[in-house]
Design a protein around this ligand. Structure first.
Ligand code: NAD
Length: 488
């Protein structure tokens, strides 16, 4: 059935500044059509070994460059990606299923900004110094790059999240071996084509494509990779923790969420409703920061629900390359089935589905009939103990429930294993502070969502992760610190 289709795109690993073919490949699907359109190297130990060797060889020269020299190279790379922004956005949308609008305005601009941001922030770090005047000595800290960093990223924001790791790792003077998700590898491969022109020396950035079980695990288990920065699911993080334990590796783990939105009866609904729709359904709900439990205070519950559902029904699902579309395709057939199964379980438990899956009909363009699409879905009358209120669904599904008091909603919001992001909606400043303080969540947005200053820490509590990323946090993770004492 492939006879009518165009030649497949075939990716190659990028090792020591060269593209190298692999002996076996994995099929990669276009989520909006269901067709195989790309083949991704199925790398394993051998390829990872070659990449780590190249990264080790490049480390002495790269780590001895000044921060300013590295900064200039990062800025050049940012310019080159920005120059090709449209091509990157088209590729990301095709590979991932996300809308072209989202890729153009969020994914690729942020990938560019990641390089610019760390190109700048690396110039401004200071270390510590203390004096013990009475004994005639001073102590100071010195920071140096660690070595070869292993970077493993997920499929939801492919280039955005990969560059959020590559940029600080190399800015600090490390060399890297990166492994993007096997489902979304194309934009990382495109970036490799720009490295030489940007002035990144051979071996500083190596990219090995393949599955988590083979390529990912080979990287995690490699004795010459002392640190692993991972973004993905909590289950995979547990496996990585186990596998890396014999080597005592340094780990940064950015994991899943089950993020609450808390809407008090004094909230400005004209702001809250459109933002909560976005926080529930943006990127098909496939963002770790997406809202999936909306707690609404009793007095405004029915009004909120009515307006929220009416607006959710307006979100247009369809061909991701159509700029008027709001919801593209989910990443894979298996993932779509998993997301749908949660809606079925909720119904079986007696919850009500107010719009979307199984309630409204999904009309798709001719070319997208086999794509992995789903309507934004709102569930209500669901118990806090339900799997839909406890587990990360990672699709366009959100639950809306009522609450009465501040005390009660804090406890219910905290009653999940995750602790990544929360939003609080209220015009009472005192309440906003009280609630934000008590939420078990690495990030709390009040009266907004997704506004970020990359200087500040990003990461989760509880099962949502270990460690933080950001200007200072990433610098600390990607460097080794030493305390030196001088007595005169
Ligand atoms: P995943 O854990 O399945 O895969 C993530 C990456 O790990 C992929 O590159 C995969 O190939 C690799 N991997 C899988 N098994 C591995 C193993 N045994 N050893 C080494 N590497 C392995 O996650 P996913 O499905 O790609 O992404 C979705 C998840 O990521 C969601 O849980 C989401 O919340 C989370 N996420 C978190 C953040 C954050 O910043 N906290 C951001 C985006 C996504």
């Amino acid at each position: 059935t492939m006879a009518h289709s165009k030649a497949l795109l075939v990716l190659e690993n990028f090792i020591a500044g060269k593209f190298v073919p692999c002996s076996s490949y994995i099929d990669s699907y276009n989520p909006s059509t269901g067709d195989v359109y790309c083949r991704v190297p199925d790398s394993g130990k051998e390829e990872v070994e070659a990449a780590v060797k190249a990264a080790k060889a490049a480390f002495p020269i790269w780590s001895s460059k000044s921060p300013l020299e590295r900064s200039q190279i990062l800025n050049k790379l940012a310019d080159l990606i920005e120059h090709d922004l449209e091509a990157f956005a088209q590729a990301e949308s095709k590979d991932q299923g996300k809308t072209i609008t989202f890729a153009r305005t969020i994914d690729i601009p942020r990938a560019v900004y990641n390089f610019r941001f760390f190109a700048s922030s690396i110039l401004h770090h200071t270390t510590e110094c203390t004096e013990m005047a009475t004994v005639g000595c001073m102590h100071y800290t010195s920071r140096t790059p660690v070595g070869v960093a292993g970077l493993i990223s997920p499929w939801n924001l492919p280039l955005y999240l990969l560059t959020w790791k590559i940029a600080p790792a190399i800015a600090c003077g490390n060399t890297v071996v990166a492994k993007p998700s096997e489902m979304t590898s194309v934009t990382a491969w495109m970036m490799c084509k720009l490295l030489e022109k940007a002035g990144v020396p051979h071996g500083v950035v190596n990219v090995v494509f393949g599955t988590g079980a083979k390529a990912g695990e080979a990287l995690v288990c490699h004795p010459d990779v002392p640190l692993i920065s991972f973004t993905g699911s909590t289950l995979t993080a547990q496996r990585i923790t186990e596998k890396s334990a014999p080597h005592c590796k340094r780990l940064s783990l950015e994991l899943g969420g089950k993020n609450p939105a808390i809407v008090f009866d004094d909230a400005d609904l004209s702001q809250c409703i459109p933002t909560t729709l976005r926080s529930s359904f943006a990127n098909q709900g496939e963002i770790c920061l997406c809202t999936s439990r909306i707690f609404v205070q009793r007095g405004i519950y029915s009004e909120f629900l009515k307006r929220f559902v009416a607006e959710a029904k307006k979100w247009k699902v369809g061909n991701p390359s159509d700029p008027t579309v709001d919801v593209g395709a989910l990443i894979s057939k298996e993932h779509l089935e998993k997301v749908r199964s949660y809606v079925k379980k909720a119904q079986a438990e007696g919850a009500r589905v107010l719009c979307g899956e199984g309630v409204d009909s999904l009309v798709l363009p001719d070319g997208n009939q086999k794509g992995y699409f789903m309507l934004p879905t709102v569930i209500t009358e669901v118990k806090d103990e339900s799997c839909c209120m406890q587990e990360e669904i990672f699709g366009p599904v959100t639950c809306v429930v009522a609450f009465d008091t501040e005390e009660e909603v804090i406890e219910r919001a905290n009653s999940v294993k995750y602790g990544l992001a929360a939003t609080v909606w209220s015009s009472n400043v005192g309440r906003v502070h009280r609630v934000a303080q008590r939420l078990q969540s690495g990030l709390v947005w009040t009266n907004c969502w997704l506004l970020r200053d990359l200087n500040l820490p990003f990461g989760g509590m509880k099962a949502s992760g270990i460690g933080r990323e950001g200007a200072k946090d990433s610098y600390e993770f990607f460097t080794e610190v030493k305390t030196i004492t001088i007595k005169h």
